[in-house]
Design a protein around this ligand. Structure first.
Ligand code: DGJ
Length: 724
């Protein structure tokens, strides 16, 4: 009876109200939600923005969105257990044991949230229960990016149990849907695969606990009506801002519309929510582009630089890292030599990697010492302070590697605090790279991890850089202090709390996000990190592909591209590949020939000149390494007065790359005139590119340029400047 009465009240209220349209617009895109006659919130349009908002009212009836046995197909946030027949966005068991949810519209509001940003909040409520969901949409007007997340709260008499809590529930309408997703493993990260979606559900997820990436990446591209194209066609590119388990579901409904559900993976994560507390999901970050994947990437890059990555509009430090050069085998004097090498090369900073700590259990390999963050006295008798000073005296800044979330069983930390370690009481310890994960859902562990970094800075205020690694996944998921079904969620929240505190105290220090290669590249963590490590695989032949794939979502300024000896490529090829992002080195400088050293010293100077365009420019992927003998990308400055073109031979077969049509440029001003100058040449090398000619932007974009790539010139960098 109580149920019937409540339903009637809501129905009466809703029936009387005129339909409400809620457009969430950016300069070029719109997501239009509509409150239907029953008070349910439906998606009626998602795509290009209409010129006349009044015409959104015409949409229902023209598109097949809201018919059939379930009126929830196009629900903007599909509740479980009531009338929905499809995959829910939210599922919960109420305090009285009722396992169903209905959600009706209460109110909404759109307000400014900073320059060029609006925040729309839509409150929905279960008519039977004091259970509310707020859908939040932060829309970045100029970047055409939307962040979408939800907040769930209730004031029921007792706790409720949340089984599913998606960040976003999108709905798209097209003839065909092509999904590009990314998978990989250590040293083979982000390999794309494109598939046409068929009726039913395609699920992408990860259950690694500490990191989203590695086996599956938390990002996708949906192309409508045709396989994804670089510069034309409608695509939606999305990525979840969450560094833990994620789940993306793509469900083609009976009307051939596509439902996309994205959020934290509900696997082993039923969350108990107390009355009066908010459960806030991470955001799905997405952009809709009618200019193919190129347009989507440029929007995401601009958004990341303007709104997400610390110092996204700033500079980055070039560096020399010692991991590939020394691994764990170094001592103080070797390091001081390396500082001098860094200076000779011309980098800004020396980065000391793994192996500098642990005494009872010295960190001389990856099987001991992790967790004991005191300088190893045998290797570094005078401590880190001495190294910082020596680096400064040599003329380079000093940075350091840490992995504060992890512990080796062979460590003082493990011996002292076994209850801080994620493990099951009655199962043998399971290790990943000889290490286990600390329980970051425990506030004491959070304080410890914060302290590791804070102590380093307190003792060494001139420390100029942090590389934060995370090499293990969670096995035997169990917390000694928290409900186990909260662990996967609270681990990541604990990590973010630590990072939040650190950033409050150290807002400007550059920090690299690393995870046993590129296993933790996501915009949840990139709120705190200035840059990320794409992969331990630094062979330039592989990096051409790996960097290309990350560039779909992440900007060049954040991509740490190091020159190493992987793959034995000529120094120029390695350097040209690394220059497409944030340049670094991980080599023994003394092993370079005089010619290679001279080239590298000059390359660093050239990079100083090119990096503003590479960091802040628009990226145009001119030729994919997957489908061309010559791969090529172009960065164009905002003013369109400077551009840098990179071209690489990616096929070693006879005559590959020769006799091909010119490469057409993009993003220039047709009416401007440009000069083209080859740069990054080996000492004494002559360029076949005539730098005395000028070309109109129109010519370069219609006809193109031949960078003369062949088996003797396997990579070419061209600087394109407005002729003055
Ligand atoms: C994994 C990282 O990806 C490497 O760059 C290096 O820092 C090692 N860990 C050190 O253990």
């Amino acid at each position: 009876m109580r149920f019937l009465l409540a339903l009637l009240v809501v129905a009466t209220v809703s029936a009387a109200a005129a339909p409400i349209d809620i457009p969430i617009e950016t300069n070029r895109t719109a997501l239009v939600l509509r409150v239907d006659a029953d008070g349910h919130l439906m998606t009626v349009h998602h795509g290009k923005r209409l010129q006349q908002a009044a015409e959104y009212g015409r949409l229902p009836g023209i598109t097949h969105l809201n018919e059939g046995y379930s009126e929830y197909y196009n629900s903007a946030y599909t509740p479980a257990g009531s009338r929905s027949l499809l995959e829910p966005a939210v599922q919960a068991t109420h305090a009285d044991g009722n396992p169903s949810i209905d959600l009706v519209y209460m109110r909404h509001e759109t307000k400014p949230a900073g320059a060029g940003v609006t925040l729309t909040t839509i409150s929905l409520k279960d008519p039977q229960y004091p259970f509310e969901v707020t859908l939040n949409f932060r829309a970045y007007q100029n970047e055409d990016v939307v962040e979408s997340w939800s907040t769930i709260r209730h004031s029921e008499k007792k706790d409720i149990r949340l089984q599913k809590y998606a960040s976003a529930n999108l709905y798209l309408s097209a003839h065909q849907y092509y999904l590009t997703h990314y998978h990989g493993n250590w040293a083979s990260e982000v390999r794309p695969e494109e598939t046409a979606l068929t009726a039913g559900m395609k699920v992408l997820d990860s259950k690694l606990g500490t990191r989203a990436q590695m086996l599956q990446s938390p990002m996708f591209v949906l192309s409508l009506n045709q396989p994804a194209q670089e510069e034309q066609g409608d695509v939606l590119a999305g990525t979840l801002a969450w560094s833990g388990n994620f789940q993306f579901q793509f469900e083609l409904d009976p009307y051939h519309n596509l439902r996309v559900l994205a959020g934290i993976n509900p696997y082993a994560s039923e969350y108990t929510l107390e009355p009066g507390r908010d459960f806030t999901t991470p955001a799905l970050i997405y952009t809709y582009s009618d200019q193919g994947t190129g347009g989507a990437s440029r929007s995401l890059h601009r958004w990341a630089r303007n709104h997400r990555i610390p110092q996204g509009k700033g500079d980055r430090l070039t560096l020399l890292n010692n991991w590939e050069a020394t691994q764990f085998n170094f001592d103080e004097s070797r390091l001081v030599d390396l500082f001098n090498d860094g200076k000779k090369l011309g980098v800004d900073l020396f980065l000391l990697d793994d192996g500098w700590f642990g005494n009872t259990f010295p960190r001389n390999s990856d099987n001991a010492g992790l967790g004991d963050w005191q300088e190893n006295k045998a290797k570094l008798p005078h401590g880190l302070g001495y190294l910082v000073q020596k680096a400064e005296a040599a003329g380079v800044k000093f940075g350091i590697w840490i992995e504060p979330e992890m512990v080796n069983p062979k460590s003082e930390l493990y011996t002292k605090h076994p209850d801080w370690v994620i493990k099951l009481p009655n199962r043998p310890d399971a290790v990943f790279r000889n290490q286990q994960v600390l329980d970051l859902s425990n506030p004491k562990v959070q304080a410890f991890v914060y302290g590791v970094v804070d102590n380093l800075f307190t003792k060494n205020p001139k420390l100029a850089y942090i590389k934060w690694d995370c090499n293990a996944v969670i096995y035997n998921a169990y917390s000694a202090v928290n409900p186990t079904s909260h662990l996967y969620v609270d681990y990541v929240r604990g990590l973010y709390q630590v990072l939040e505190r650190l950033r409050a105290k150290y807002p400007t220090v550059p920090m690299m996000l690393c995870s046993g290669g590129g296993a933790r590249v996501d915009y949840g963590a990139l709120k705190y990190f200035t840059e990320y490590w794409p992969s331990d695989n630094t062979s330039p032949a592989e990096r051409l592909f790996i960097q290309y794939n990350y560039s779909m979502f992440f900007p060049a300024i954040a991509s740490c591209n190091h020159i190493t000896d992987w793959g034995n490529f000529p120094i120029k090829f390695r350097t040209d590949v690394a220059m497409m992002g944030k340049l670094g080195y991980d080599i023994v400088v003394n092993n370079l020939s005089a010619n290679d050293l001279a080239f590298s010293q000059q390359a660093l100077k050239t990079y100083e000149r090119l990096k503003p365009v590479i960091y802040q420019g628009d990226l145009f992927r001119l030729q994919s390494p997957y489908t061309n003998d010559i791969a090529s990308v172009l960065y164009v400055s905002e003013k369109q007065d400077k551009a840098v073109l990179f071209a690489y031979l990616v096929n070693s077969r006879f005559k590959a790359g020769s006799e091909l049509p010119p490469i057409r440029l993009r993003g220039l001003q047709p009416g401007k005139r440009y000069t083209v100058q080859e740069t990054n040449l080996m000492p004494g090398a002559k360029s076949p590119i005539n730098n005395t000619l000028t070309y109109s932007g129109d010519f370069l974009m219609t006809i193109g340029l031949n960078p003369v790539v062949n088996d003797r010139r396997t990579s070419v960098v061209l600087e394109i400047s407005e002729a003055l």
